[in-house]
Design a binder for this molecule. Sequence first.
Ligand SMILES: NC(=O)C1=CN([C@@H]2O[C@H](COP(=O)(O)OP(=O)(O)OC[C@H]3O[C@@H](n4cnc5c(N)ncnc54)[C@H](O)[C@@H]3O)[C@@H](O)[C@H]2O)C=CC1
Ligand SMILES: [Mg+2]
Ligand SMILES: [Mg+2]
Ligand SMILES: [Mg+2]
Ligand SMILES: [Zn+2]
Length: 411
Amino acid sequence: SDDSEEMLETFLDAAARGDLSQVSTLLSNTPSLINQTGHSGWTALMLAARNGHHHVAEKLLLFGCDKFSVNSSSQTAYDIATFWGHRHIAGLLGRAADGCGRILPGADLHPHENYFSRETLDRQSGRRTDKVWLEAKQSDSETVYLLFSNLSPMVRTQQQDGSEAEVKDLLQKPSTVTIFLGIEKTKKSLSEEKNCSFPRSPNRDLLKLSEEEAGVVAQARSVLAWHSRYSFCPTCGGATKMEEGGYKRSCLNSECRSLQGVHNTCYPRVDPVVIMLVIHPDGNQCLLGRKKVFPVRMFSCLAGFVEPGETLEEAVRRETEEESGVTVGPVQYVSCQPWPMPSNLMIGCLAVAVSTDIKVDEKEIEEARWFPRQQVIDSLFRGDRSVFVIPPRQTIAHQLVRHWICMNSNL
Ligand SMILES: NC(=O)C1=CN([C@@H]2O[C@H](COP(=O)(O)OP(=O)(O)OC[C@H]3O[C@@H](n4cnc5c(N)ncnc54)[C@H](O)[C@@H]3O)[C@@H](O)[C@H]2O)C=CC1
Ligand SMILES: [Mg+2]
Ligand SMILES: [Mg+2]
Ligand SMILES: [Mg+2]
Ligand SMILES: [Zn+2]
């Protein structure tokens, strides 16, 4: 109608002029204006970007406008801001990984973060060979130590606090393994205390740390686990010594083959594991299984180690077939998670089934079932009153299920 056309024109004009209050008022009354286009397919965001109105652009983003839409010349708002030299707006529109949505069309527009994935440290791998620098850092009073005992992070309790002297003692002991983890990206992200730091949460449970602690604990635990399992040379069985800030073990036998060229036996190992949410061909059910060791009523995504000479897609197909008898077609990567028990990299995928009959591998899986979407939603949001229990949010299994649910409901 004429009225709505007029309103759109007023809205676009307000954005072009940088009239923040009028833009806000119109949007509050008529939210559907947000992605509407005027002359040559220009949106309000494009007009704000053209004229350098940062506040308006910010407001439009806050209201959830589509920053990837293009005008009749195939330009996005980001292109327009860049062309007209409004760098602050280009920065706003290009911020974070989703600025690549244009270049990687399939990319997740709302990248989420998995537990154990946050990198609070800059690993500074180039420094690992600099012995002088590493030694200086070790005795620097600003240096923070995370203490582990038998691969468990030590936690602080009220009575017992880690002291500088205790750390010094530990560093002297020949049995102590010291790993250089990196440099804090932002100061004080790990602990307010200097010199020795315990996870703040009074719990050794690896799934109960804060996000900041979890990433660095995962890194440390996996490297420590490697040292505890690979104390002898895998090539000749000889004794080894630790090098490069804990990121290498070299054989002490001068005849050993592992000293010629580069050998992966000398570096910390990572085991890739595919973990997949298999979706029914009808798009409305997903396949979950349970191992005997799971808590009652818990079902999770199927998973399995990638084997040598295998692609991720083949591993997803093989493990799904082995464990459930279901045949898988297309496979899509979603996100991954370091899993420090001891050193897996969980590679999360969505996969579409092309057959639906279930025949479980009883050695590994007790039961596998197709769960309808509604039951899955109930298990995510209604907890106890649901048909089954989903693994906790810290697992990528949980995040894959959540990803599928949100993806389908266009949230
Ligand atoms: N973060 C998460 O959400 C989840 C993490 N996981 C992790 O993934 C791992 C692998 O999943 P599974 O279903 O058990 O794998 P799987 O289906 O391949 O079966 C495990 C068996 O594979 C063999 N195997 C082959 N390569 C191995 C290797 N490099 N290390 C150890 N065993 C190997 C062993 O016989 C083992 O018992 C689990 O051990 C668990 O730690 C599993 C499910 C969810
Ligand atoms: Mg498995
Ligand atoms: Mg396997
Ligand atoms: Mg398996
Ligand atoms: Zn050797």
